[in-house]
Structures are given as C-alpha cells and as structure tokens.
Design a protein around this ligand. Structure first.
Ligand code: GLN
Length: 485
C-alpha cells in the first residue's frame, strides 16, 4: 500500500495546498489501490477514473498558479450511491434505478464541488439503504477488508470498506437507523451521523424521511469533522434543514480537558441484551479509560429502549411505503416491457426491479398505514416515539453524552443474520434526531475491529466531536493500521 494513502485527509489537505504533494499523485494512488484490492472487497460500484484525474490536474494547476482554490481542493472522496451528482448515474444499488441519471446535484455534492473535492467513485450499499450488511445490493456484495468472509455492515458498507482499506481517506454515507455507524464500527473506522437537520438531505435518495441524515466515514475523528464542516449548514431546499450556518468543527476539535468536564451516561438497559463477550470487555475497558481521564460516569435509566426496534420498524416501513410509491415505472426508472394495463404495469415494473427486502418493507409499511391498522400500529408507534424522546431528554438532565458499544455483535459471515437489537443504540439516535459518532476502540481475538458510540443531545455536535476526538487519543486503537489485502 502506497504510503501516501496512510496520510489522513486533514494532513493531505495541508500538503496538497502547500504544494508538497500533488493531488494527481494521490488520486493515482487511490485508483491503484482500488484496482489492486477492490476485486476482493467490491466497495465501489463505479469509478470515475478519467474525470477524477482530470479534476486533480486542474486542482494542482490552480494551487501552482496561486489561483483561488477550495477548502478540500484536490482531496479524494468516495460517495455512497444514493446521493445525486448531476449528469451521473445514481442507482441506490437497485435495479430500478439502473439507468437513472441524476438531473441535479445534491446539496452536499454542490458544497463538495465548491470545495474542490475529487469524487473518485460511487460506493456500494444495501438496496435503497435497506439493510445492515450491504448484501441487499442488486449488484454486488461488499466484503469486510479485515476478513473478506465477513460482511462490512451496512447500509453504507461500501463507504466503510473503502475508507477502511485505504482506498479513499473519507467518504459520505447515509444513516437512517445506524447505516453509517454500524459499518464504520465493523470496518474499524469513524462514522458520524449529525443531529437531524444539520446536513441537507436534498438530492439524497430517501429511505425514511424523519430519520435520514447524510454523514461521514473516515479514519479518524478529525477527518469526519473536516468533512462535516464542508457539508453542513442551512438549505432552504430541505424543509427540515435547520436555519443554522455551517460550523468549522475542526477549529473546535482540540479540547484537551473536555473529558474532565463531562458526565457520561451508560444506560442500565445494556444489561438486558446479549452482548458479544469481547465487545463487552472492550466497552468496559473504554469506560475505565474515560474514568482515568477524569470523566464522571453515571448510570442512566431509559426504560423505553426496549421499544426501539419495533418503533423503528413500524415508522421506517411506513415512510418507505410512502417514499417508494414514487417508483411507479412511469416517471423514471425501470419499466416493464410487457404489461396488459396500467395496474399491471405498476405491479410488473416493481416486481421485476425491486429486491426482496424492499418489497417486504413496502408491504409491511403499507399494512401499518392501512385504515384498519393505522391507529393501532403507526399512530401508536408515533406516540411511543414521543415517550422515548421524553425519556432520553430526561436522561440528558443527568449526563452530557450517552455511551454504549456501537453494536452488540461482531460482523457475521455472509449469509448469516445479525440479531434484531444489534444496532439498538444507534437507531435510538435516529428516532430522537440526535447526533452520534462511533470511534474504533480495539480488535477482537478474531482480528476484527469494533467501536464505541457516543450520542449527544440535539445540536451538541461540536462537543460530540471534541469528546470523540479526546477519546480517540486514549482509545489505544492504532488508526495507522490497515487491513492486508
Ligand atoms: N439497518 C437498518 C435498516 O435496515 C438501518 C438502515 C439505514 O440506516 N439506512 O433499516
């Protein structure tokens, strides 16, 4: 592996902008790494080889000539395949969108273009981000770079694997119920989901609109903060995007004493779950490390955690059923070649192009929204969601951050299933619109990595980055270690 690929994004930025290294050399190194290893990992669905090299040459020229250049000028990035780049395909890993060409840029893409970032390629994912293993992709199964017999997690498994394998320094993902943070943990990288409304979702393919957020995957916390600084901020085109200006998270990130000033809450409910023994061991060690750094650890009680999986399922599927209704085979996307009438056309177009997981969720979502079930299922779930949010809000009266293992299980082999509660502490953040970040904390005996998860109160993202950054320094995890491929 080329040494240049071990340089983290924030340092790459300094080196490229000072003229010490050329963006073209970095992009070439990324492409070589991808070509040499991605036949095993299958993180990318599509590479933009010619365009990224051309763009890098242009960035180098601007820097050389002393012309105005962007904040991330010449720095490579991977983009999950459910975020639109004007004039390029976006499949969301579904056959339905196989030939779809994005008519406009997502807001995050617009911001990254303005910043001069170089889009190396599109990363694989679960179909329409439905899944936690990247196995529901209609195109390929991505492998975990630490053990290619195992899943990388999902749905942003392509982005996580690409960053983990050193193919790109960072990548964009989307997180509806843990889809950035779970694969980040499985692949040994940092994954950040912002507070709901901090980063525009305009131009991202919707899964469940009241949960969806775009976020970041990177080798360290600082690089996630760097990327978040570029893509966050108000956007009138996303109605739930907060009217807040973007923040330069990096300038706040170093706060050496932050761990001494905070209270960390560990949910009592952790004991109710069957947690992998090695994850439990590493988590307890992480708690001890925080204590040694002066952090006060308190126990919190959020009884409604037990409702999280069911709540998520009912509300997410209901929103899926509404969102995917636009995929009718007529306006855009796949259309069947033989149909008898209009209804037949809808049915066949969807039956022929959507995967099993997507169909299952549409059916379940339509069921819970049906006139007979609406009150007892969907409406009731929304009420319990409020109950859960109230309990979490109360917990923040006792602590500043909620701390848990990122997942309750280690990555499984292909074809095996994760237990339903595996991501419960991640999904909790989406249900309540809270920010969450996973930081790698160690390796299991199997040599597979794992992470711990910090969840902050709404819009505590600046402090969340500070805490995660401080934890990273005491975690003992070597982020200069890359999987051998
Ligand atoms: N694994 C969860 C699901 O299958 C989360 C998906 C996501 O966050 N996009 O729905």
């Amino acid at each position: 592996m080329d040494e240049i690929l071990k340089v983290k994004a924030s340092e790459l930025r300094t080196k490229v902008h000072s003229g010490e290294i050329k963006s073209v050399n970095i992009i070439e190194a990324c492409l070589t790494r991808i070509k040499g290893t991605d036949f095993k990992v299958k993180a990318f669905l599509k590479l933009s080889e010619g365009r990224s090299l051309k763009q890098a040459a242009h960035s180098d020229e601007k820097i050389e000539k002393g012309e105005k250049y962007g904040f991330l000028e010449g720095i490579p990035i991977g983009i999950k395949d459910n975020i639109m780049i004007k004039g390029e395909s976006m499949t969301s890993a579904s056959k339905y969108l196989e030939n779809y060409v994005s008519p406009y840029d997502a807001t995050v893409i617009e911001k990254l273009k303005e910043a001069g970032a170089v889009f190396v390629g599109r990363t694989n994912m679960d179909e329409f981000a439905m899944g936690g293993s990247t196995e529901t992709s209609a195109y390929q199964k991505t492998a975990n770079p630490w053990d290619i017999r195992c899943i990388p997690g999902g749905s942003s498994g392509g982005s996580a694997a690409a960053v983990s394998a050193g193919m790109v320094p960072f990548a964009l993902g989307s997180d509806t119920g843990g889809s950035i943070r779970q694969p980040a943990s499985f692949c040994g990288v940092v994954g950040y989901k912002p507070s709901y409304g901090l980063i525009s979702r305009y131009g991202a393919c919707a899964l469940a609109s009241s949960f969806d957020q775009i976020g970041t995957l990177s080798k360290n916390v600082k690089d996630s903060a760097l990327l978040a600084s570029v893509i966050s901020g108000r956007d009138y085109r996303d109605p739930v995007c907060e009217p807040r200006e973007g923040i330069d998270y990096v300038s706040y990130i170093d706060s050496p004493d932050v761990l001494k000033t905070i209270k960390i809450g560990v949910p009592k409910q952790l004991l109710n779950y069957k947690i992998d023994a090695e994850i439990a061991k590493h988590f307890n060690e992480a708690v001890e490390k925080l204590k040694l750094s002066g952090t006060e650890i308190v126990e919190i009680d959020v009884a409604a955690y037990k409702y999280v999986p069911a709540l998520y399922k009912v509300i997410m599927c209901a929103e899926v059923s509404a969102n995917i209704a636009t995929f009718d085979g007529i306006r855009y996307g796949y259309r069947t070649s033989s149909s008898k009438n209009l209804n037949d056309e809808y049915a066949k177009s969807r039956a022929e192009s959507l995967g099993y997981e997507v169909k299952k969720r549409i059916l379940f979502g339509t069921y819970v929204l049906g006139a007979k079930n609406y009150y007892k299922c969907y409406h009731q779930a929304q009420r319990v969601r409020t109950l859960f949010i109230n309990q979490i809000t109360d917990a923040y009266g006792k602590c500043d951050f909620i701390f848990s293992p990122t997942t309750l299980q280690m990555p499984v082999k292909f074809g095996e299933t994760l237990m339903e509660e595996c991501d419960i502490f991640l999904t909790a953040a989406n249900l309540a619109g809270l920010p969450g970040i996973t930081v790698p904390c160690g390796f299991a005996n199997s040599d597979m990595p794992m992470g711990v998860h910090f969840m902050g109160s709404r819009f505590s993202d600046v402090k969340l980055f500070q805490v995660a950054n401080a934890f990273e320094k005491i975690s003992g995890f070597d982020m200069n270690k890359y999987p051998e491929l």
